[in-house]
Design a protein around this ligand. Sequence first.
Ligand code: DHK
Length: 151
Amino acid sequence: MATTIHVLNGPNMNLLGTREPEKYGTTTLADVEALCRATARRFGIDIVFRQTNGEGEMVTHIQEARAQGAAGIVINPAGYTTTSIAIMDAIFAVGIPVIECHITNIHQREAFRHNSYVSKAAKAVLAGFGVNSYALAIIGLAGMVGAKEKN
Ligand code: DHK
């Protein structure tokens, strides 16, 4: 059975492409999904790609990733990054490697975006590479779970 990574997206990420393009660019979430699938394919990894605007639903998505046998998670918790103890707890609870990923460099932005609860539970963080943060997160996670790049 192929290794699977779940890529989880939080609130307002469904609006990527039209949402504050000067910060988040014009790439849509469907484009990001295609980027994630293409990047994972290089390692023979399958992707489950999900988005939710709800905090509780994101907790459920994290729990379902482990229940469905995911090797790890790439998560852009978006606005819940700096507020959600429940999402942090879910990441601790599932015990599979989680990579936190942001399109923008949250440390360069408003002070309220700097304190990430998710970072306290994540294995690693990618921020500021634009949508390439997702591709880099998948490459890093592939290494963590022992997947090798195919020729
Ligand atoms: C996306 C969001 O929606 C913000 O709430 C975060 C993050 C930054 C991003 O850069 O992908 O602060």
